[in-house]
Design a protein around this ligand. Structure first.
Ligand SMILES: *Cc1c(COP(=O)(O)O)cnc(C)c1O
Length: 375
């Protein structure tokens, strides 16, 4: 195999037809209303609640600030049980709000928080569980709900990866007290940058809106110390247009997933994730788990070899957030056996709607070729 002429990155941001976007933003020139609960913002909020099958959606400028506002609004304090197998955002939002992250190990099956290990970490300081639907694979929401009820804990899900995911036909955003979704350019559905909180309890709405707009309640009244985390009209326009294409994009991702699975199934030492029968998946990522002994090469070696072919896979998630430089040795002694094992061996391969069938087949071929398995 020769290297690809152009680099293939782990994802390529989806853009709608140019004319459709410009037609949508034309309205902004008519009204000069660019942000602060504009017409497009409000329509997107309604359309997303409908698409995601959740009662309430509050939009934000990005996913991270949405999570930050959720933590503030639910008054989390003390210790928060969470996963280290995630993006920086999850842990940083906890720490920035003055809470102590208590890292729980992950399960070896879908890499979400290990529900059998949560109870052992609960103390009288624990106020919440912040879990992540990794790669869009749902956490064990039933068990988490039971534990939360028993110990009177709040539950926040980082559902940044889980756009459109359903469990037995129920929208992923209906579980827990509140879920955060990210609409960053690199996600399955994007509003350039953007995010949302999804929740059943309408009582939260006021607080979420307060915190995202400086805590302002009226022209002469500021009730809380808030942030500026509002989604603007250009973002909302991108969302409204992209929403028409998202089903098609998920379908394409599904086809790519099936191609990868078919090609890699027989490769020794490359372990793949399966679909779960009760789950509507969104195929946001294509992770492979590399057993270096069987495959004949470590994950890190494979990453370097792929680069020689102009393929840029990513180590999502490595390092664990618990091992970040900014935390020093604070969490080095946590029992994160599974999480460390997975973080050393996981690799997410390129996947996005416009990734061609031939390219997928070539990437599969390269993964076999570099270990001399290329008949
Ligand atoms: C993308 C992502 C976020 C942050 O979302 P932004 O919209 O980029 O702020 C949080 N958590 C996870 C797991 C993510 O992948």
């Amino acid at each position: 195999m020769k290297p690809f002429k152009e680099p293939i990155y782990v994802t390529e941001s989806f853009l709608p037809p140019y004319e459709e976007y410009t037609a949508c933003i034309k309205k902004i020139w008519d009204t000069h209303w660019m942000t602060n609960n504009g017409e497009l913002h409000n329509s997107l909020q309604v359309e997303l609640a409908n698409y995601l099958q959740v009662d309430n959606v509050t939009l934000f400028v990005n996913g991270h600030l949405a999570l930050d506002v959720a933590i503030k609004s639910l008054n989390l304090t003390g210790e928060v049980i969470t996963t280290p197998f995630t993006f920086a955002s999850t842990t940083h939002a906890i720490v920035m709000n003055g809470c102590t992250p208590v890292f729980c190990d992950i399960n070896m099956n879908d890499f979400t928080i290990d529900v059998d290990k949560i109870e052992g970490l609960i103390t009288d300081k624990t106020t919440a569980i912040v879990a992540v639907h990794v790669y869009g694979y749902p956490c064990n929401v039933g068990r988490i709900e039971q534990i939360a009820q028993k110990y009177n804990l709040k539950v926040i899900y980082d559902a940044a990866h889980a756009f459109g995911v359903e469990i037995e036909g129920t929208g992923i955003g209906t579980f827990g007290d509140v879920s955060m979704m990210s609409f960053h350019a690199t996600k399955v559905f994007n509003t350039i940058e953007g995010g949302a909180l999804l929740y059943n309890n309408k009582d939260y709405e006021r607080q979420f809106n307060l915190y995202k707009n400086f805590g302002i309640t009226g022209p002469e009244n500021v009730e809380a110390v808030g942030l500026n985390a509002k989604m603007n009209e250009f973002q909302a326009a991108m969302g409204l247009v992209n929403l028409k294409y998202v089903d098609g994009q998920i379908e394409k991702r599904k086809n790519i997933t099936e191609l990868y699975r078919k090609g890699l199934r027989e490769v020794k030492g490359i372990n793949l994730m399966k679909d779960e029968e009760s789950v509507k998946h969104n195929y946001a990522y294509f992770p492979i788990l590399i057993d270096e002994k069987e495959y004949g090469m470590t994950r890190d070696e494979l990453v370097e070899r792929l680069k020689e072919y102009n393929v840029f896979a990513r180590k999502y998630f490595y390092p664990l957030t618990a091992d970040y430089e900014c935390f020093g040795d604070k969490y080095k002694s946590c029992d994160l056996k599974n999480a460390r094992y997975i973080a050393e061996r996981i690799l997410t391969l390129p996947i996005f709607g416009e990734l061609g069938k031939n390219m997928v087949q070539d990437i599969v071929y390269i993964i076999r070729e570099v270990v001399g398995d290329s008949e």
